[in-house]
Design a protein around this ligand. Structure first.
Ligand code: FAD
Length: 415
């Protein structure tokens, strides 16, 4: 049952994982008002994870990765405004203004509830000379990937340099290697994945890429770009120079905060929300990559960049809008695919005091991160079984017997 009057309108800015899931979750929770879903991207909303994985190496159209079919939106009376950028938010009048790319008009729309699902945009570092660079791309949207695919077709075995050794950079390296490119990853830190995981996992993935002929080079700060003919030259601050036909920038994202600022929403590593996804500004919520929420399990505010968070937060806010509030309280999980390796992560390892390794062989193991007796997180490489046990363990606060945990042939024991 919902307590929303029929004439209410929920406007959702951002039609990606968070926004689309919210729209359908609202209907599921009984929302009877109008739902408008607006996005600047003109493409039917799609899954982003395949962009650096299967979609990058396939010839399939992006529609194969659609989050929902066009008919689903019609059936659930969700009005989809694609290719429309929201340029203004008036929190007093409860209106938003958006430009329609297709007919060049500007429209003002009233909202009863507004949900900002505006996500994040790739950071393009202001490297001197980057204006002259050819085939330099970020990787966030279907259009970015289509541009990369087109550049890959210009030459056999092109030289690709990826700036940034995070998950997206490494997945892209693995995918482009499969397509026959000569791939180099330039990482500014002393190890890849430094921001997101432990040295053990960093060295595992370094080895994996090196075995597959990807050059992983750390302590490489790109400080200049130039062109020699039509080949890019990347100049690092240690005086080394790398050539590239294609440059992909994967150095992280910046939260899209422009609209939130217009509504005086508190911004601190994302849009601050309460346990129901609401900002402190009346009738405005924020979900997904753009939001910063309190995680009761870990006892701190966090901002996540994951499909799990986008989907689960969307469900939580839908319930709140429909008058059935349930506090958001989930254990984060994430995955990454590189070559034949599936990494599954559950929990947050920050603050761990010790790690136990359960290893069956080089490419099948799991790392269990503890703070004292509390299991904080697990990284499982090609080991879905350990990942499932770990998820239950963290969710239910079970205490693992660390003395037997390291023996992979023994099932995980609890105290
Ligand atoms: P976004 O996906 O960023 O969407 C925000 C939307 O808002 C965009 O479509 C944007 O156009 C729109 N928008 C912003 N401002 C405006 C405005 N003013 N007007 C109109 N529209 C606006 N996660 C995983 O869990 N596992 C993975 O393996 C994984 N792989 C990934 C691979 C790639 C290449 C990328 C890019 C991401 C990956 N992620 C992965 C992360 C995951 O895709 C994101 O966490 C997820 O997309 C977040 O969804 P979101 O809806 O919050 O934001």
């Amino acid at each position: 049952m919902t307590n929303q009057p029929e004439q209410s309108t929920c406007v959702i800015v951002g039609a990606s994982h968070a926004g689309v899931n919210l729209a359908f979750s609202l209907r599921k929770a009984g929302y009877v008002g109008a739902i408008a879903l607006i996005d600047a991207d003109p493409t039917l909303p799609y899954h982003r994870p395949p962009l650096s994985k299967a979609y990058l190496i396939s010839d399939d159209p992006i529609e194969r990765n659609a989050l929902k079919s066009p008919e689903s939106y019609e059936k659930s009376t969700i009005s989809l405004h694609l290719g429309c950028r929201v340029t203004h938010l008036d929190a007093g009048k409860q209106t938003i203004t958006f430009d329609s790319a297709s007919n060049g008009t500007t429209e003002v729309m009233y909202y009863s509830q507004l949900v900002l699902a505006t996500g994040a945009s790739p950071i393009i570092p202001p490297i001197p000379g980057s204006q002259q660079a050819v085939n330099l791309f970020p990787l966030r949207t279907a259009l970015d990937v289509n541009n990369i695919k087109q550049a890959m077709r210009q030459k056999a075995a092109p030289k690709v340099v990826i700036i940034g050794g995070g998950y997206i950079g490494l997945e892209t390296a693995a995918s482009l290697k499969k397509l026959g490119a000569d791939v180099t990853v330039l990482e500014r830190e002393e190890r890849i994945l430094a921001r997101v995981t432990t040295p053990t996992m960093s060295s595992y993935f370094t080895n994996l890429h090196e075995q597959n002929d990807v050059n992983i080079l750390c302590n490489k700060n790109v400080e200049g770009l130039s062109l020699k003919g039509n080949i890019n030259q990347l100049h690092c601050d240690d005086d080394t120079v790398y050539e590239a036909d294609i440059i992909i920038v994967g150095v992280g994202v910046r939260v899209n905060t422009e609209l939130a600022k217009m509504a005086n929403i508190e911004i601190d590593n994302g849009l601050k929300v309460n346990e129901f996804g609401a900002t402190a500004t009346k009738n405005i919520y924020a979900i997904g990559d753009c939001s910063n929420h309190f995680n009761p399990h870990y006892g701190r505010f966090i901002r996540l960049e994951s499909v799990q968070n986008a989907v689960d937060q969307a469900k939580c806010v839908a319930q709140a809008i429909c008058g059935q509030p349930v506090p958001y309280n989930t254990i984060p999980w994430f995955w990454s695919d590189q070559f034949d390796i599936k990494l599954q992560m559950v929990g947050l390892s920050e603050g761990f005091t010790d790690v136990v390794v359960r290893k069956e062989h080089t490419d099948k193991f799991s790392l269990w991160y503890f703070n004292g007796s509390q299991l904080l997180a697990v990284d499982a490489v090609n080991n879905a079984k350990d990942y499932v046990v770990a998820t239950k363990t963290i969710k239910n606060g079970l205490v693992v017997d660390k003395t037997t945990l390291g023996d992979h042939s023994t099932a995980v024991q609890f105290l």
